[in-house]
Design a binder for this molecule. Structure first.
Ligand code: ZN
Length: 161
């Protein structure tokens, strides 16, 4: 399912609200910085992302409507635990989607939160961070790294989505 394109949600009802709650709970328990519905076995375009101030954005049918700049940094994935790799992303994105009440919202994000949105939206299209590595040899196992590198990789893994 991780390799399939998730389906658009036709109507935001209580089952979608429950899905958003499940995603948020699973993300916080992991812990992670974001989670897409197809990562927990539901092939719908629904995801959650944790913001800079620990707010939780829950979005239905999200799309990137604006993007700018670029950032290169390490990234991990809750569906590929224990691995990190270097990925280039937009520095800033505006994401449009429906909130849990079916209302259209636009969320501006930069830096790490923008990275998390791009990672989750990729999931909804069946794309994994390992498809977007700047170089294949940047993909590393957290447990193989030592010292400071290990600590940095652990922090990245704990903030994966
Ligand atoms: Zn992921």
């Amino acid at each position: 399912m991780l390799r399939e394109k998730a389906k658009k949600v036709a109507r935001v009802d209580t089952s979608i609200q429950k899905l958003l709650d499940d995603l948020a709970e699973t993300m916080l328990n992991a812990p992670g910085a974001g989670l897409a519905a197809n990562q927990i076995g539901v092939a719908l375009r629904v995801c959650v992302v944790k913001g800079d101030e620990n707010q939780i954005w829950g979005l239905v049918n999200p799309v990137i409507v604006k993007s700018a700049g670029s950032q290169v940094g390490y990234e991990g994935c809750l569906s590929k635990p224990g691995w990190v790799g270097e990925v280039e992303r937009y520095e800033a994105v505006v994401v449009k989607g429906l909130n849990r009440h079916g209302k259209q919202v636009r969320i501006k994000s930069t830096g790490f939160t923008a990275r998390a949105f791009q990672h989750e939206l990729d999931h909804l299209d069946g794309v994994l961070f390992t498809d977007r590595l700047t170089r294949l040899d940047t993909l590393q196992r957290v447990e193989d790294l030592v010292g400071e590198e290990h600590e940095e990789a652990e922090a990245v893994a704990a903030a994966s989505g």
